[in-house]
Design a protein around this ligand. Structure first.
Ligand SMILES: *Cc1c(COP(=O)(O)O)cnc(C)c1O
Length: 476
């Protein structure tokens, strides 16, 4: 595709302003640039075609099925975008006086309240800008709590081997040793191991439940008791909340701190570093440690609340990614409590339907019980034909399907982590199964097809190491 500089033709214009009838002003030469800026000269039509064509090189959730496990790439209702674009939300300034932004504050306050109900927590902050950022703030709160109690000995954070990489990274960045606990043969936290592991050095445990295998750990109450009895706290990685909304609440399971990935569960377009929000909720005894400010209400007036006595401080400029908060709130309002519950039910149903069909084609390890919103399959047997999971999913691109997550969680080799979400139809899921079936046959009969895939995409297989090491980010 041509770059916009290559389309440029001298003298073309997109817009010609009317002749000014205001007296001109002569700018002093010292403020004038010596050379005109090198801008492409194009018509409005050129620009529209250029960017439309660029967007067509990309795959997106608005283009097709996007079963990226753990990322919850659900359809994002356009109504949320519409709401976030209202002038009252998009044209306000963070330095505006509280009295002039009562509506925005009310929205943030109500969102905090709704998230408390959904998670079963007592207090919230909307500041963190992503799940990983929420983890960082949440573990910083756990750390501040132990230090406040002069319990300085606790330097270990327990994390399952199935965890997302951000968990050990978060623990480490907060000065903890990340202690890995192995999953048992069913993919659950190994309770006997946990009993041996906890001590007066345990600061806490970070859990995702359902975990990254898509399995719900039913022994969570027992786990909570073991960790609490040892003096540690429980952190809930809420990335998989889409499986349990309205069914069970982390706060009732014994968790002390929870993060949400609003961009996943509550439908904001995300991916490729797009905007997110990772609010955290805490139990009452941790409220004094929350980042400031939160949003509170006195009578009919909303205000920024700086009263948290032992606050870990501010974790982000101003009040969070506000437009993402608006979209999440619009989503919650339009769905309602019953709707959110139904979304979880449909997400779980879709995942189980896919698992039932795909397990007849590919191996599904840890297939001991119904899965939640996602499951993990493996292409390991295809190694005999020289085909890796990466080759398998590159071939999916030729069939116009976005690949699932691969090589995560680390405890399953050559794995595909598949999350269909609630917004896909049976027809879409069936088509996906057909593609998996076709590629599995190709792998056995003509592995070269997979090894050289993709064949029909705008670019062929990329060298992702080189792409990261030799960044070419501007036109020369
Ligand atoms: C996505 C995810 C995270 C990190 O969230 P971001 O919003 O991407 O920072 C953490 N844990 C799990 C299990 C996830 O899927």
């Amino acid at each position: 595709m041509e770059l916009i500089f290559e389309i440029s033709t001298a003298g073309r214009r997109g817009f010609i302003p009317p002749k000014s009838d205001v007296k001109g002003y002569e700018l002093s030469d010292k403020f004038k640039r010596s050379n005109p800026p090198r801008l492409p000269e194009v018509t409005e039509g050129d620009v529209v075609r250029h960017y439309t064509n660029l967007s067509r090189l990309n795959y997106a959730v608005d283009v097709g099925f996007y079963p990226l496990g753990s990322c919850t790439m659900k359809y994002n209702p356009k109504l949320n975008e519409y709401a976030a674009s209202f002038d009252g939300f998009s044209k306000i300034h963070p330095y505006q006086d509280e009295s002039s932004i009562q509506g925005a504050l009310e929205l943030m306050y109500n969102l905090q309240e709704d998230l408390k109900v959904i998670s079963g927590m007592d207090a919230m902050t909307l500041q963190p800008a992503a799940g990983a950022h929420g983890e960082f703030a949440g573990i910083a709160i756990i750390r501040a709590y132990h230090r406040f109690r002069k319990d300085f000995k606790r330097d270990e954070m327990i994390i399952p081997d199935s965890a997302h990489g951000t968990n050990p990274a978060t623990a480490t960045m907060n000065g903890y040793k990340a202690i890995e606990i192995k999953s048992d043969k069913d993919g659950m936290v190994d309770i006997d191991e946990l009993k041996k592991m906890v001590s007066d050095r345990t600061a806490g445990i970070m859990l995702t439940n359902p975990n990254t295998l898509g399995l719900f750990d039913e022994r969570i109450l027992e786990i909570a008791e073991i960790v609490h009895n040892a003096g540690g706290l429980l952190y809930y990685d809420g990335a998989n909340l889409n499986a349990i909304m309205g069914k069970v609440r982390p706060g009732d399971l014994g968790f002390d701190v929870v993060h949400f990935n609003l961009h996943k569960t509550f439908s904001t377009p995300h991916g490729m570093g797009g905007p997110g929000a990772g609010p955290i909720g805490v139990k009452k005894f941790l409220e004094p440690f929350l980042p400031v400010p939160t949003v509170s209400k006195k009578g009919e007036k909303y205000f920024f609340d700086y009263s948290h006595k032992h606050s870990i401080g501010r974790v982000r400029s101003f009040y969070g990614n506000f437009s993402v908060l608006v979209k999440a709130y619009a989503y919650i309002l339009t769905m309602g409590g019953d709707g959110l519950k139904r979304a979880s039910e449909m997400a779980v149903l879709n995942a189980n339907y896919l698992k039932a069909r795909i397990s007849k084609i590919l191996k599904v390890p840890y297939d001991t019980k119904p899965c939640m919103h996602e499951f993990v399959a493996t292409t390991e047997p295809l190694l005999d034909h020289g085909v890796k999971a990466l080759d398998f999913v590159k071939r999916m691109l030729d069939y116009g399907v976005h690949p699932p997550t691969v090589y995560f969680p680390l405890i399953v080799h050559e794995d595909l982590m598949i999350e269909p979400t609630e917004t896909e139809s049976k027809k879409t899921l069936d088509k996906f199964v057909e593609v998996i079936d076709k590629i599995t046959k190709e792998a056995k009969e003509n592995p070269k097809l997979l090894l050289e895939a993709p064949h029909v995409t705008p670019v062929r297989r990329l060298d992702d190491v080189r792409a990261a090491k030799q960044l070419v980010l501007r036109w020369k």
